[in-house]
Design a protein around this ligand. Sequence first.
Ligand code: GCU
Length: 420
Amino acid sequence: MRFPRSFLLVSLVVLTWSADSQPFNYDESKVPKYKLPDPLLMESGESVKTVAQWRTQRRPELLELFKTHVYGRDPGRPKDMTFFTLEQRHGVLNGLANRRQVEVRFAGRRDGPRMTILIYTPAKAKGPVPTFLGLNFRGNHTIHDDAAILLPHSWVRGRTPGETVNNRATEKGRGKAKNRWAVEMILKRGYGLAIIYYGDIDPDFDDGFKNGVHALYPKPKPDGWGSIATWAWGLSRALDYLETNKTVDHRRVAVIGHSRLGKTALWAGANDERFALVISNNSGCGGAALSRRAFGETVKRINTSFPHWFCDNFTKYNDNESACPVDQHLLVALSAPRPVYIASATQDRWADPHGEFLAAKYAAPVYSLLGAGNFPADKQPPPDQPVVGAMGYHLRTGKHDVTDYDWARYLDFADQHLGK
Ligand code: GCU
């Protein structure tokens, strides 16, 4: 569908206005009383006492509940999918890295839906390296000044949906998001980085699920995949490719995302146990933040502003969060016992930093049951004082963003859990 530019501008103003004004609650004393579902209490009323009960009963039950009520079901790996290397070069970024750009053709055809993975690995590496895998908001070329990064073939934000991507305008974005991707720091610490433009998988606007990979599938049912589940599915397809790549250690892939893509990383990690480590940066509502707190962004607001993100069933919980059989601590628990890191920022009140912390805290009993240790914090730590065990958490001073401070914490966490 074509949207006039004026429509997009008005939507932006409305969204900005709603993020800053009432009726959204930013007052801790006005958080409603709520009771969270117990991660270790099954729907049948039986308590989970053993690792086997978690693995064979409670975990699958929770996954089903999230699929049915929150994110929706995805169709799994497409049988015709193929991988094609578009470009590769050794000793780029002043000799620091090897670069490879690979196209994943979801239907096995160049003229069908496809995504491009940009992969940097340390040039010095002697064998397969642990790697961070994540999605970006505006094209792979925005994450670094590297002139060889291919421009996205899909629709990019800032352009009218349906309009062909104008390469000269798109080129202006090169390197614009480099502050969010500490490429050199990651490589110097011995890790690889694999990234994909999320719009290659599903352009982020509500078109009734016609574009991106949705072109290959029937329109989703009320429990069918929304865009977050679609992006997460794309991350799993990237991991399918990484399993074939000898420079990356596919058993040590950390999935990472910021904001809506942090929600996506958490769902990808919950759904696909091949991800060895999960990082949620400022993911907020529908990510790490507890929905029942209704602090900052609410379920109703997110379903209204972004009707395509979740499955349609999720709208049943607009202004009715406690009726939902799950809350977001259970999403975090689905990564257990794999290491998970949740990061908040002091000024990111829309994302409810305290609610993000509490999701980690209330997921902790599952980590303990599975023998991964206790979460080392009962209260939210002060700014810039990370707490780290099998789960990590920090509240960074500053705004909604991903900074070098965040990356330094994630790298330390990865050193601790994935080794070198
Ligand atoms: C909006 C939205 C958030 C989301 C964020 C982002 O602010 O309300 O839920 O996390 O966009 O992805 O940047």
